[in-house]
Design a protein around this ligand. Structure first.
Ligand code: ZN
Length: 131
């Protein structure tokens, strides 16, 4: 469900709307499954269907999607500090983001901020990684 909300928000930010065909392509899931999931999200009040715009997020859906996206960005930012290639980062983040607890996320945020504020410490970590 998180993946759906995340992709819907991505699509809306990119194109202004989210069509089932685009969602199914992004998630490599059949259009029938997408339609089912959209109905579920609709019944939970997280998305609604608008005649000319397609699927849009409700206010509550948008809040949840935004939190999912923030988490995605934090994990991406964290991994970028170590010079890992973007493709690996994306794959890892997509795997990690649904399993990571709030406590771990807070710890990673603190480490990310500290590494950013302490370039020489980051250099030491990178050096060790390169050894
Ligand atoms: Zn993600």
């Amino acid at each position: 469900m998180d993946d759906y909300l995340e992709q819907i928000l991505h699509l809306i930010k990119e194109k202004g709307y989210a069509r089932p065909v685009d969602i199914s392509r992004r998630l490599s899931i059949s259009q029938a499954s997408v339609t089912n999931m959209l109905q579920r999200l609709d019944s939970e009040g997280l998305v609604k269907h608008e005649k000319y715009r397609g699927t849009v997020l409700t206010k509550e859906g948008e809040q949840i999607a935004q939190a999912i996206m923030d988490r995605h960005e934090l994990l991406t930012e964290f991994l970028r500090l170590f010079g890992i290639d973007e493709e690996t980062i994306y794959r890892d983040v997509e795997g990690m983001e649904h399993h990571v607890s709030r406590a771990t996320l807070n710890a990673l945020r603190a480490v990310t901020e500290t590494l950013r504020e302490t370039p020489d410490f980051r250099e030491r970590v990178l050096k060790r990684l390169g050894e």
